[in-house]
Each structure stands twice: as C-alpha cells, then as structure tokens.
Ligand binder design. Sequence first.
Ligand code: C2E
Ligand code: MG
Ligand code: MG
Ligand code: MG
Length: 292
Amino acid sequence: NCLDDCAIAYNVALQTANADGSEMNWTKAALALADFDAEFAVHYQPRVDTLTGFPHAAEALIRWTHPDRGLISPIDFIPAAEADGSIREITNWVLLKTCRNWTTWKHDRNLDLSLSVNISPALFEKGNLVGMVRSALSRTGMDPSRLELEITEGLEMKDGHLVRETLEGLRSLGVKLSIDDFGTGFASMNYLQSLDVDCVKIDRSFVTNAPDNDRDRAILSAVWNLARELGMKTVAEGIENDRHHDLVRTVGIDEMQGYLFAKPLAPETYIGWMEERGHLMAPSPTKILLTS
Ligand code: C2E
Ligand code: MG
Ligand code: MG
Ligand code: MG
C-alpha cells in the first residue's frame, strides 16, 4: 500500500544520501592525508589549431592515484576539495607543476606551448589567487602570456567587486583567461557580459550530436558569432571523430580538443606524441656524439 511504498522510497532516499555523504567524507579525509607528490600527476591534452593543425596549446588535467583505491577521477574529488577548501592547495600544486613543465620543455626542447590550468570559481572569492599565480610564474620563470586559466562557468557573481578585482589582478600579470564548459552554467550570458576574457571553450555536450542535429549546430554557430563579435577565441571540446572535426572547421571554431587527437597524456608521453606526428624534432644524436 501507499504507506509502505512511501516508507520504502524514504529509506532508499536516506540510504542514497548517506552513501553520497560518506563518499564525500571519505574523499575529504583521503585528500587531507594525500602525499601530493606521490599520488598526484598532471596530464596534458593537446589543443589543436583548426587552420594549421598544429597543437600549439595543451590543457593540464590532474590525475589522482590513491594507494588503495587506484585512479580517482577529478570529477569525483574536485567537488570534495572545493567543499573543504583543499582546492587551494591542490590548485597551487597543479599550477607549479605545470609552470615547471613549461620551463623544462622550453629549455630542453625549445617547445613554446601555451598551457591552460583549470581554476575553480571558488578561488575567485577567497584564497589570494593572484598571489598564487604570480608566485608560480616567478618561481619557475614561465612566460605569463603562455599561461591560460580556465574558469568553469558556474561562479555565481555573489561579490561582483571581488571577482572583478581578481580578474584585473590576473590580467595585469599577463596571463590569458577563458570560460570553460561554456553553455552549461546558469548564467552564460552574464559571464560574457561581465568577464573580459580571451577565449570561450564550448562544452562538448554541444559538439557530440551536432553533426546530426540542426539545433546543436545552430548553437555552435551562434556562440562562434557571439565570440567573434566580442573579440574572443573559440575552442570546441569533445572532438571525437572526423565528422566533429569537419563540422567545427566549417563553423570556423579556432581550436579543437578531443580524443580524435589525443587523450590527456603523461608529460613524457606527450613529448613522444609530438615527435611521432612530426611536431617536434627528436634531440639531435650528433650533439650527444660531440659531447661524449
Ligand atoms: P574540463 O576542464 O572540461 O576538461 C575536459 C575533460 O573532458 C577532461 O576530463 C578530458 O579528459 C575530457 N575529454 C577531453 N576530450 C574528450 C573527448 O573527446 N570525449 C570525452 N568524452 N571527454 C573528453 P577529466 O580529465 O576527467 O577532467 C574532468 C574535469 O575535472 C575537468 O573538465 C575539470 O573541470 C576538472 N579538473 C581536472 N583537472 C583539474 C584541476 O587541476 N583543477 C580543477 N579545479 N579542476 C580540474
Ligand atoms: Mg578545462
Ligand atoms: Mg572544459
Ligand atoms: Mg567540458
């Protein structure tokens, strides 16, 4: 009867909530215990220039291998880190790692990539983001114009003044800014209206079905037009096949990112990927012969 059904539904809901809650608590506790240098890594996914096909940029994506649980997706632990404040420490670690990587690649391989780092919107309101980025740049010597910060749409402009101050501070450091997952938040137009950023990354949910869906295609074109009018670059996420590739090229999107080109790769693998495709010369063996 209804009473029984209601009771069952209630219990199921409670169990689900408990399961979610304890999972979140486990993640927070594990993050507090994590040895960052031993358990975290930054992988890089190429961003390919649509016109030239050259992968002139890459996105830094964190990977966490827990000693007992193995690989844990950022989708599962970033929210816990945002909730308990450890996102600041994690972002600082990713930033430093990425800037160091840039400098190494520049010195050892003369590779002048742009690297983008994901920044949680929460860090705009507290945590001295500007100081953190300034320090990562100066400690590593990375060229600020090669660092891009991807801000996920979802930042509620609670304190417009503070957000604007942070944005201006970042801008004065000379780094680039982009809106990530564009179109998925509740305030996309608000973002465009109030944030003076360089680039829009169109979420892959608008790309996936676009080859067979007029409405999705219309949205891609409209965002491209809007971005162009505002002087912003466009990046399409989730390019998985040739039909996606052809479509975004026809629309005129500036950059592409997706499994068609490469998955996020460990730094050594990334260099190998560049060499295999002829984007990077292997170190000259004569140099080694002469010096040995
Ligand atoms: P995102 O910034 O939108 O990153 C793109 C995500 O899409 C990555 O997932 C990437 O592996 C995945 N992806 C790329 N190409 C394709 C494709 O062709 N098809 C499909 N299905 N997926 C593709 P990942 O690495 O699991 O990261 C998930 C999210 O976690 C990121 O979404 C970002 O919001 C967050 N994240 C990752 N690293 C960091 C970090 O260091 N700091 C912060 N705050 N967030 C991070
Ligand atoms: Mg991103
Ligand atoms: Mg994204
Ligand atoms: Mg996305």
